[in-house]
Design a protein around this ligand. Structure first.
Ligand code: OMP
Length: 225
């Protein structure tokens, strides 16, 4: 039988499919891989969907038991995520400071590239997807440069595929690297394995065709859990 995390993951995959966020077809990933599925968090594009998305993040974060002093949203997609998750955490009794970065430094007014609460203590990075790990590395560098501790990462989807280092595939995922090499905590709502289980339970011709293609992709680029 399913535990709470598995059930939350299945509900989330269904929500992402219903919202058009999780799609099947042919997509090129940032690392240049041809993927049979793509998760575009930018398509959680109304208030109700954002609220529900934030609930999923907050549940996964609170269930993980990770302790943190503040949240950080990397520009651009991490900004609304971290903002809405901070709201949801506060509604659940955990009100923490919130910050985000700009992509370009401002040369007037308040200046600088960081906005919101000063980066300090144990920082929880909130982002959408981890594939090869490029985005996570950038956030970690920003937090360290500010003298704070990159403590944890919360993402919606762990694609569980090989990270890249200097353009080369390596035999571990970005999530595994962040956990094992950097010693950070990672909270995920769903992962590739949950997506495969979802497709398996879908049945039908479309469901099994998608399942087959996603399995083939995992054979080529996936890592073991
Ligand atoms: P990495 O920085 O390589 O870990 O890839 C994560 C980023 O890839 C995300 O922040 C997105 O910009 C993008 N992405 C998705 O949003 N959804 C996917 O399903 C796959 C990717 C991707 O390009 O790998």
């Amino acid at each position: 039988s399913m535990d709470g995390a598995d059930r939350l993951a299945q509900e989330f995959v269904q929500f992402a499919v219903d919202s058009g966020v999780l799609r099947f077809g042919e997509f090129k990933t940032k690392a240049g891989r041809l993927s049979p599925y793509f998760f575009n968090a930018g398509l959680f594009d109304d208030g109700a969907k954002m609220a529900r998305l934030a609930e999923f993040y907050a549940k996964a974060i609170l269930a993980s038991g990770m302790e943190f002093d503040m949240v950080f949203g990397p520009a651009y997609k991490g900004i609304p995520l971290a903002a809405t998750v901070a709201v949801e955490l506060a509604r659940n009794g955990k009100n923490v400071p919130f910050a985000y970065n700009r992509k370009e430094a401002k040369d007037h007014g308040e200046g600088g590239t960081l906005v919101g609460a000063p980066l300090k203590g144990r920082v929880l990075i909130i982002d959408d997807v981890m594939s090869a790990g490029t985005a996570a590395r950038e956030s970690i560098a920003i937090i360290k440069a500010a003298g704070a501790e990159p403590y944890a990462v919360a993402i919606a989807l762990d694609r569980q595929e090989m990270a890249t280092e200097n353009g080369q595939d390596v035999p571990h995922s970005a999530v595994q690297y962040v956990r094992n090499q950097l010693g950070m905590k990672v909270s995920t709502i769903a992962k590739l394995a949950d997506l495969l289980l979802y497709l398996e339970n879908q049945g039908g011709d479309a469901g099994s065709a998608h399942h087959e293609r996603v399995l083939a992709y995992r054979q080529r680029y996936g890592v073991n859990d």
